[in-house]
Write a protein that binds this ligand. Structure first.
Ligand SMILES: Cc1nc2c(=O)[nH]c(=O)nc-2n(C[C@H](O)[C@H](O)[C@H](O)CO)c1C
Length: 176
């Protein structure tokens, strides 16, 4: 019994120290139950296929709960960056809610001096449920790729400056 405890203790200590001393980034994922698609899962799958990182996920009821969730991930869980994913509904009050949530997310970024990449897909962006699901999956994945670039290869972001990148639907044409 005592030896089992010792092995367990040593293993946990090893895991703790390997995380502590590695330069592996910590990425926070905050998503919502209001959304009609599992955006957090799409982002996490994309991250897991692209980067060695510690990923911490929280799920909150709706987009207005994302700012504090993201701020807690940055401040209390020591995340380097957070991806905040949500779906504003199609009603006028949902649009107001989205604006308020965005303002909260911007404020949380300014308070923490860290990026919170806002991934919102408005319910009326898709012409039907199939297109909406596609968009929610793709935008979540493409923003996860942006986060990978921002953390590991910011030069790549600079190379893409002004190229009309769009997350989800087709990219826009650059002007020159
Ligand atoms: C009106 C409204 N619209 C949305 C929305 O479009 N998308 C969303 O994710 N959440 C919405 N909510 C819920 C709020 O974001 C929040 O979860 C509650 O006000 C509880 O804090 C509300 C209240």
């Amino acid at each position: 019994m005592f030896s089992l405890f010792c092995v367990n203790f040593l293993m946990n200590t090893f895991i703790y120290f390997s995380f502590f001393f590695s330069d592996m980034p910590t990425i926070g994922i905050a998503d919502t139950t209001f959304a009609r698609y599992n955006m957090g899962a799409a982002a996490i799958d994309e991250l897991k296929n692209s980067i060695s990182a510690k990923i911490i996920r929280v799920t909150v009821p709706g987009i207005k709960d994302l700012p504090v969730a993201a701020k807690k991930l940055l401040e209390e869980q020591h995340c380097d960056i957070v991806i905040a994913l949500g779906m504003p509904g199609r009603q006028p009050q949902d649009k107001i809610c989205a604006h308020e949530a965005s303002q909260g997310i911007i404020l949380a970024q300014l308070m923490t001096n860290k990026h919170i990449i806002e991934v919102f897909v408005h319910e009326d962006e898709g012409k039907d449920d199939k297109e909406l699901a596609f968009l929610m999956e793709q935008r979540s994945r493409e923003h996860a790729q942006n986060v990978v670039k921002m953390l590991t290869n910011p030069e790549k972001m600079i190379k893409e400056a002004g190229t009309g990148q769009r997350e989800g639907f087709k990219d826009a044409k650059p002007l020159s």
